[in-house]
Design a protein around this ligand. Sequence first.
Ligand code: NCD
Length: 309
Amino acid sequence: MGFRRKDLLGTRDLSADEIRTLLESAESFKEIAERPLKKVPALRGKTVVNLFFEPSTRTRTSFEIAAKRLSADAVNISASTSSVVKGESLLDTVDNLQAMAPDIIVVRHKSVGAAHLIAGHIGASVVNAGDGANEHPTQALLDLLTISAHKKLGPGLRVAIIGDIAHSRVARSNIWALTTLGITVRVCAPPTMLPRGLENIKGVEVCRRPEEALDGVDVVMMLRIQLERQDRLLFPSLRDYAAIFGLNRRRLALARPDAIVMHPGPMNRGVEITSDVADSEQAVILSQVSNGVALRMAVLFLLGGQGHE
Ligand code: NCD
């Protein structure tokens, strides 16, 4: 199966075959990071624009490194230094970029649907690098790539996602991708951070307490509290949150002994995860970052046309 889309906007509508195609392609790009000369000519002559309206360390850097390792020209625009601060609208900004004939635009924006809006408006391929609390597909795919190095992806696998589910595009994209592959997802959050209706998604189990969510799972994914998307703190205090929902050694012992611990970053050590767990042998948090480059190479490569049959 190939990957025949113009854009990658979310994981919700990806088929299991499409997810596997992306992961297989990413797997083949992993070894480029080990080479002394980390470059292949696959996207030579193509232009990738990274258009980031929200802060980012990992995602923006890894899209840029991914583009450069494929020999594409990568251009970075951050909202604070663009004409957005002079009042230009999103679609005007994008029309002007399109006039310079980029091949792929990677966009992060605080509004749900921003990437979809742009994708419907221009001919370049669009990759959603996060739209509000909606989707962050490349994060979920790099998470799957990371899990696949340790566990078999498919029915029987159990993943716990714990934290601010309501405001997390990482949780949303992971829930769609994991359940599409038949993987069971246990979600756990304080009631104020848990969207309604999750229990209606096939393969999702809602747990009230982290102890229940962690019991016997293969993968533990911890999330940051997205304070920037909350108009008020949805928990009495961060200290209370850490005491009840934080991942520490004692709670992690409830998962399988070979369970892996994941976090999309940025981490708030001492809040959702203790430092000893974040730095433990079970943590694969930095592998997620390394895999992010290979996965984004695969996405740019497949959208860039080289992977089309
Ligand atoms: C996440 C994001 O921006 O959605 N970070 C990331 O891309 N790795 C998660 C977060 O901000 O907590």
